[in-house]
Design a binder for this molecule. Structure first.
Ligand code: UN1
Length: 510
């Protein structure tokens, strides 16, 4: 049996009393609000309690950040990288425990819980390397003895709003980049996964304490009223990076824009895989199953739609249904389980309602479709055969429901793949160079991520992560995303004895 209280204690969480819900370099429990009670999606059992952050707690975090920023922005970037490197080392030591807590609190299966922590470690390594590479440009001036350069400065306080499905990795995407860039961070984790957030704060605090940098990373575990809305409205927070639903993005995006703040939005996905007649079907089968069933269909990169070219459609569908029959669904803490629970009862209700709507609209449920009758929030991975354009398939529902469509051609597949409001991830399985190049071209996938012969989910941190249309347009993690966390400054330097004006303009007072 799992000794959950011992695991919690090792991570600095009290399984009995009320845990701090605010970290501003110190941990605070003095909230006036009733504590958040954390239930495990695995069996509904209470894991622990966390003090519900108030507006005053949010203020504490912002104040601590502003004080730390005055020093942090002048700390050389490679030294900032050293702090992040030490956090990465602590995460390596805590990987097993923190991964297990992700499993108990978020319901991810064992390998995905560990993968979540690995994603943080990878991100730390990436940020450490970047801390010596925040390069600017040298630009040729049109004037003699003039030089132009472009340099990057810290932007200030970065607000990070993260979701339950990647309760800690998405924080690290933002926090580690922001940190090496010289920014300070205020984190609003999901109220559904406060324990993993607290465990991360405990780990981070060990490093900040010994390096003298408390106040750089802060966290307020509250709801939209006490933390989310104050952050969105706060002029002292020049960048808010938010991961969540499209409806959340629609609420906060315009409000941040109204104060001319910067937002980085990573919202809903409705990701499709196209399988062509000439594909390696063995690869495609595993990739589609992992993409659709992994994390119980609760990733923003989950495969939700499958377009099968007619020559292989019937055979592939049969094999996929057979594969679903063998996927172990159940306790995410049991090694071997491949599909764990949904996050809460509300998610189970949404699944039930969606299946009813699918049946009502004429979708054919090929397998699954039922809520599993046992403690915890378990549902059957579901495959639905549907006509092209099926209305239900245009919405993102966080559940393992996969819509399968037959298509005649690549053109038809691409058209329907793109014909949804979201634009996060996409994939094609083919052995044809022409098909894959068309898919990746300007007349191909309209998504932020487009893959060939691998699935839609499970992106590496080295690439820029995010999508177009209602996915929000933001990019997180790899590539040159660090630039989002900095302000750009253009410098023109005159080392001559004249003052020539650009564009040949003349002005003299001699
Ligand atoms: C998310 O679901 O919010 O590509 C992020 C993936 C993960 C990240 C998903 N690396 O599936």
């Amino acid at each position: 049996m799992h000794d959950i209280p011992a695991l919690l204690r090792r991570l600095g969480i009290d399984p009995v009393g009320v845990n701090p819900g605010c970290y501003d370099g110190e941990f605070h429990t003095d909230s006036s609000l009733p504590p958040i009670v954390v239930h495990s999606p695995r069996d509904g059992a209470v894991l622990a309690r966390v003090s519900h952050a108030t507006k005053e707690d949010y203020e504490r975090c912002v104040s601590a950040g502003l004080v730390a920023f005055e020093r942090w922005k002048m700390c050389p970037a490679p030294q900032r990288g050293e702090v992040v490197r030490q956090i990465g080392d602590e995460l390596r030591k805590a990987k097993e425990d923190l991964g297990a807590l992700v499993t108990f609190e978020a319901g991810k299966v064992v390998t995905e819980g560990l993968g979540e922590v690995q994603e943080m470690i990878d991100m730390a390594d990436f940020a450490v390397g970047l801390s010596r590479q925040l390069y600017g440009l040298v630009i040729q001036s049109e004037r003699p003895r003039h030089r132009m350069i472009e340099q990057w400065h810290p932007i200030g306080t970065v607000g990070v709003i993260s979701a339950f499905n990647f309760p800690v990795a998405v924080w690290s995407w933002n926090a580690f980049l922001a940190g090496i860039c010289g920014d300070v961070v205020v984190w609003k984790p999901s109220e559904r996964t406060p324990l993993t957030a607290l465990a991360v704060c405990r780990i981070v605090d060990r490093v900040l304490e010994r390096t003298g940098w408390r106040g750089v990373f802060n966290c307020a575990i509250g709801d939209r009223h006490t933390v989310g809305e104050p952050m969105v409205a706060d002029h002292r927070v020049p960048l808010v990076s938010a991961t969540g639903s499209t409806s959340m993005g629609r609420q906060i995006g315009p409000r941040i824009a109204a104060r001319l703040g910067r937002s980085l939005l990573e919202l809903g996905g409705n990701n499709a895989v196209i399988v062509m007649d000439d594909a390696d079907l063995r690869l495609a089968l595993t990739a589609v199953a992992f993409g659709a069933v992994g994390t119980a269909g609760q990733r923003c990169t989950t495969t939700r739609r499958l377009f099968l070219q007619k020559g292989i459609a019937a055979d592939f569908t049969r094999r996929l249904v057979a594969a679903y029959g063998k996927i172990p669904v159940g306790d995410p803490a049991e090694p071997g389980t491949m599909c764990g629970p949904l996050i809460d009862r509300g998610a189970v209700e949404t699944f039930r309602r969606t299946i009813d709507a699918i049946r009502h609209a004429g979708g054919d449920v090929l397998c699954g479709g039922r809520v599993i009758d046992r403690p915890g929030n378990y549902v059957e991975p579901t495959i639905v055969k549907a006509p092209l354009g099926f209305a239900c398939s245009k919405e993102e529902v966080f559940a393992p429901i996969l819509y399968v469509f037959d298509v005649a051609s690549l053109d038809e597949a691409i058209h329907h793949q793109n014909d949804v409001p979201q634009g996060l991830s996409s994939a094609i399985f083919t052995n044809s160079v022409r098909a894959s190049e068309q898919f990746l071209s300007a007349v191909g996938s309209d998504c932020g991520i487009a893959n060939v012969n691998i699935g839609t989910s499970g992106a590496e941190i080295g690439g820029a992560f995010g999508g177009e249309k209602e996915t929000g347009g933001g990019r997180e993690a790899g590539s040159d995303v660090w630039k989002t966390y900095m302000r750009r400054q253009t410098n023109t330097i005159n080392w001559g004895t004249d003052l020539p004006l650009a564009q040949g303009v003349k002005f003299s007072i001699d």
